[in-house]
Design a protein around this ligand. Structure first.
Ligand code: PLP
Length: 396
């Protein structure tokens, strides 16, 4: 009889956002007239910018003429998009040759697929609270997972320690869910740790475009030695509103060689086997993000979300609630008031003021007394949610 992958039995019951949607569904069945104010899920609310829409339309037209029609695209990404990404790095003073850029259908897909590059026996180190997919992808692969809890005391930015060692190290900066960002010095410590232990860092830069502090690194490749120990996974989802359009890119330096195996070459082999590339139309839309006009327009959208973050932070200040994030990231991570657990706080906000957030426990045990608000909603809803928070939790 066939042996299924029994590792699926080791996954937690269901996915965080599925649990949340079930609770909301139940609430709305009982209270059909209530409007909800959603500061929970990290999906964007603004449409794609004009420059992207124009490029998408043009690409559709290209597909209607024999002379401009495109069939299968390169599995590694269209040269025009790989070049645009390489130039995007160059503008920030980082040399990433075109051959080190791989186009993907998004960071989630890539975070799962990239594990093909590592032996099943390799272990994974995950700083918690963490984006749940890191844990789940490794559970499915049957890998040994070490989690390092982070806390208010270390600003949710733990340092590496000689007490543990792992082959794959996940670093997400700006962080989902805490909004914390690693400094140059802190990332240097992690790079040195990875080099010393022959580990590979999977650097998730999905929120890079939200960084506003001048000296915060946008890329792990700003750190000396990182090309020998890191892979960077990026997404246009939050940067440019591609959550439903699907596009990302991954940087695998040629210098990343372990045990005589070059990860860049392995990934070429992997992609040419497992994909037939990302659609021409979507890649054209993606390339428009990197034009001068495209950059201006996406920055305007990011400003809109940053303004939402300010509204939420102001409300939390008025309530005297501890929080971090919100400045270089679209997420605000707060301490649940009155010693509440995160699911209790979720229910409390839902029932009392119809405001939805994300319970911290969904990102790991150490998130149990924390809660995440997202700034990706509409400003109108965010303002109303802020008002309601102040009425419910403001200092009396
Ligand atoms: N990485 C992090 C940290 C995320 O928060 C998300 C989405 O919320 C992703 C990756 C997935 O991005 P994508 O939409 O490109 O799959």
């Amino acid at each position: 009889m066939i042996t299924p992958n029994f590792n699926y039995k080791n996954l937690k019951d269901s996915y965080l956002f599925y649990n949340i949607s079930q609770k909301i569904k139940k609430y709305l069945e009982k209270n059909p007239d209530k409007k909800l104010y959603r500061l929970g899920i990290g999906d964007v609310s603004l449409p794609l910018c004009d420059e992207v829409i124009k490029a998408l339309h043009e690409a559709v037209d290209d597909q209607s003429h024999k002379e401009t029609f495109h069939g299968y695209m390169s599995e590694l990404g269209a040269p025009f998009l790989r070049e645009a990404v390489s130039n995007y790095y160059l503008h920030r003073g980082i040399q990433i040759p075109v051959e080190e850029v791989f186009v993907s259908s998004g960071a989630s897909d890539e975070l799962g697929d990239i594990l093909d590059l590592f032996d099943k026996s390799s272990s994974a180190l995950i700083i918690e609270p963490a984006y749940p997919a890191y844990v789940d992808a490794n559970v499915i692969a049957g890998r040994k997972i070490f989690t390092i809890p982070s806390s208010i005391e270390n600003g949710f930015l733990p340092e590496p320690s000689n007490n543990y060692k792992a082959d794959i190290i996940y670093i997400c900066s700006p962080n989902n869910p805490t909004g914390a960002v690693f400094s140059h010095k802190q990332l240097t410590q992690w790079v040195n740790f990875a080099l010393k232990n022959d580990s590979v860092i999977l650097f998730d830069a999905a929120y890079e475009a939200f960084i506003e502090d001048e000296n915060v690194p946008h890329s792990i490749f700003e750190i000396e030695g990182a090309k020998k120990c890191a892979i960077e996974i990026c997404s246009l989802s939050k940067t440019a509103g591609f959550t439903g359009t699907r596009l990302g890119y991954t940087i695998i330096p040629k210098e990343l060689v372990k045990n005589g195996m070059c990860f860049n070459e392995m990934w070429i082999r992997n992609r040419t086997t497992k994909t037939n590339g990302v659609s021409y139309i979507i890649q054209k839309g993606g390339a428009a993000v990197f034009t001068v006009q495209g950059q201006k327009q996406i920055k305007k959208n990011i400003e809109y979300y940053k303004n939402n973050a300010k509204i939420i932070m102001k409300a939390l200040d008025e309530c005297g609630i501890w929080y971090c994030g919100g400045k270089n990231a679209p997420y605000i991570w707060l301490k649940c008031p009155n010693e509440m657990g995160s699911w209790d706080f979720f229910e409390y906000l839902l029932n009392e003021i119809q405001v939805i957030g994300t319970p911290g426990e969904g990102f790991g045990k150490c998130g149990n007394s924390f809660f995440r608000f997202s700034s990706f909603g509409s400003t109108e809803d965010t303002e109303e949610a802020a008002k309601r928070l102040i009425t419910l939790l403001g200092r009396k």
